[in-house]
Ligand binder design. Sequence first.
Ligand code: GUN
Length: 290
Amino acid sequence: MIETKPIDGKAFAAGLRGRIAEEVAVLTRDHGLKPGLAVVLVGEDPASQVYVRNKAAQTVEVGMASFEHKLPVETSEADLLALVHKLNADPAVHGILVQLPLPAHVDSMKVLSAIEPAKDVDGFHVVNAGRLAVGLDALVPCTPLGSVMMLKHYLGNLSGLHAVVVGRSNIVGKPAAQLLLREDCTVTIAHSRTRDLPAVCRQADILVAAVGRPEMVRGDWIKPGATVIDVGINRITKPDGKTRLVGDVAYEEAQGIAGLITPVPGGVGPMTIACLLQNTLTAARRQAGL
Ligand code: GUN
């Protein structure tokens, strides 16, 4: 019987934030440079409000400047684009994040494309996606960046391992595959149309689940001893009417089969904001020519 160990993303993220805070302090002391992150929130989506609050608090905690722009849900696309252009031109702002999802009347791709690539700390701009794909320095989407950081920490060299990424989103699946390829993994991208998905997953030394479907990946889809990165955050309603968060992987079923697994909550989630701060630090350094 395999002993399944949880990957403590909360502790890992706290450690990363500590290192970022030290680097920010040095940057501010030696170069008078205080990295600044602007977050734009349109509307009142409750989950987005929680994210934005957490982001702002952690930004300040590591010694960076936080600029919050909360706009009413009826904000026009033109007004939102005007704000993005203003932030692009503001030298105190090194990173810009426009919280998704945006209201339906706004073209998200148009807004994300308006962000100056050097300030695109989400890594969603096509320039950054392209730079990642061809192996140039890029700002990399935070969730896959955090996932691969944890994999490297726990597994060391990833070279030659078979990584199966379930999900092909621009935000997680595709950039996760690119990052794993950069680490010399053999990468398979699987998705909702993949034939015999359980059999494909069972080939994985590293299984990344990023589909947004509660507990879709079952215990018997996991190769014994594999490392499982569960990117899903799904709120489900229990029979008693209360809600709880579950991942894309059936966590209990994975016990005794997976070697390592990220829990939900407390796995990948905390790493996302920590990596956003890391990207803001990277962006500030590059903009200052350091
Ligand atoms: N909404 C949920 N997660 C994210 C994220 O990482 N970035 C942005 N921009 N919006 C989000």
